[in-house]
Write a protein that binds this ligand. Structure first.
Ligand code: ADP
Ligand code: MG
Length: 360
């Protein structure tokens, strides 16, 4: 592996149960999770991750422990990407955006960047000038749409001679404070494509992508300039369209969503398994992120899971081959996970494509 290659960290956040009797997945410790195996009632499956946060975890903890340590990289001219992955209702938007009373990653990062710039000024030996710009876009049905400056056209993704990925024509705003960010971001959020599905009234069918560009320039010779990017991504729901009863246009959307999520899984897999070829070009999402995931970039996938999450959806992201936990014939101290059997067993897509080569 290239020395500079950085792995993608995968952290899991469990959200509070929607139904109290639903216990198909439990927190084990700070790094692993046990999931009820729908295919064999005598087994639980244990997965290891970079970190696992239980249902009582505050937004502040997720930010402090997973996100904040990455921000400094962007001030040093490196790229960072943070994703929320999971089925609709798992808490992706809660984690990324949160609410006015319980802010999530996005508002905390915007605040954090300005704070960090001020902190850096106190310790830097040289004087720097900074500019912070943001763009907001979505990928919907494999089309790249500008949310900040809507144009009704599918924007092209290009690569420059230094292998930076860019979107010519994408709107951007320079911001100097969180309050200024809010004045642009509020209206832009309303442009997001959402539609009802059986699983969730306002299920998000698109990948929403906030891009922060941080440029720092030395005020005296050698006038060095550093360009850093932070991608904050609220992915579309990872649910299987056969479960949600999607038809027609929804089915087409699900296909496109699943395609980019499927390729994202392959890309994460390829990076973390040190494969020589990483299939960035196989979807718009991964093509856009080509300069911000893998290589020397710092990425975190925050996989938010409900207790209903089925194993294959997170196998894709787990660090190691899952350990099958055989159940003792005599009840052990820890009670057997008693997942409420769904009325119909969940219809999973063929999990094979989602599994890493290690898991096959
Ligand atoms: P998603 O974006 O994955 O579809 P949401 O973030 O919209 O899911 O979450 C669905 C609902 O569950 C929202 O009302 C949200 O406030 C709530 N929720 C999600 N995660 C948590 C959590 N960790 N703690 C409390 N409420 C949560
Ligand atoms: Mg959402």
């Amino acid at each position: 592996m290239n020395k500079k290659q950085t792995k993608v960290n995968v952290v899991v956040r469990l959200r509070p149960a929607l139904k109290t009797d639903d216990k198909s997945c439990v927190f084990v410790d700070g790094k692993s999770l046990e999931i009820f195996n729908h295919r064999n009632v005598n087994e639980n499956i244990k997965y290891d991750f970079s970190a696992v946060y239980d249902i009582n975890t505050h937004q502040q903890t997720i930010y402090q422990e997973c996100v904040k340590p990455q921000l400094l990289h962007s001030l040093n001219g490196q790229n960072v990407s943070i994703f929320a992955y999971g089925p609709t209702g798992a808490g992706k938007t809660h984690t990324m955006l949160g609410s006015a009373t319980d802010p999530g990653v996005i508002p905390r990062v915007i605040n954090g960047i300005f704070h960090l710039i001020e902190e850096q000024k106190k310790t830097d030996t040289m004087e720097w000038s900074e500019s912070v710009k943001f763009s907001y876009l979505e990928i919907y049905n494999e089309k790249v749409m500008d949310l900040l400056d809507p144009k009704d056209t599918d924007l092209p993704i290009r690569e420059d001679t230094e292998k930076n990925i860019l979107i010519p024509g994408l709107g951007e705003k320079e911001i100097h404070s969180f309050d200024e960010f809010k004045t642009y971001f509020g209206p832009a959020s309303n442009n997001r494509t959402v539609a009802a599905t059986k699983l969730n009234e306002r299920s998000s069918r698109s990948h929403s992508i906030l891009l922060l560009k941080i440029k720092r320039t030395q005020k005296s010779a050698p006038y060095k300039t550093l360009h850093g990017k932070i991608y904050l991504i609220d992915l579309a729901g990872s649910e299987d369209n056969r479960r949600t009863g999607n038809k027609g246009i929804r089915l087409k959307e699900s296909g496109a969503i699943n395609k980019s999520l499927f390729v994202l899984g392959e890309v994460v897999d390829a990076i973390n398994c040190c494969l020589p070829r990483i299939p960035y070009r196989n979807s718009k999402l991964t093509r856009l992120l080509q300069d911000s995931i893998g290589g020397s970039c710092h990425s975190i996938v925050n996989s938010t899971v409900t207790r209903e999450t089925v194993a294959p959806r997170i196998e894709i992201l787990a660090n190691k081959t899952p350990m099958i936990q055989e159940q003792d014939p005599v009840p052990a101290k820890k009670p057997r996970l008693t997942a409420k059997e769904p009325d119909k067993p969940p219809q999973m897509m063929d999990p094979a494509p989602f599994l890493s080569p290690l898991l096959r």
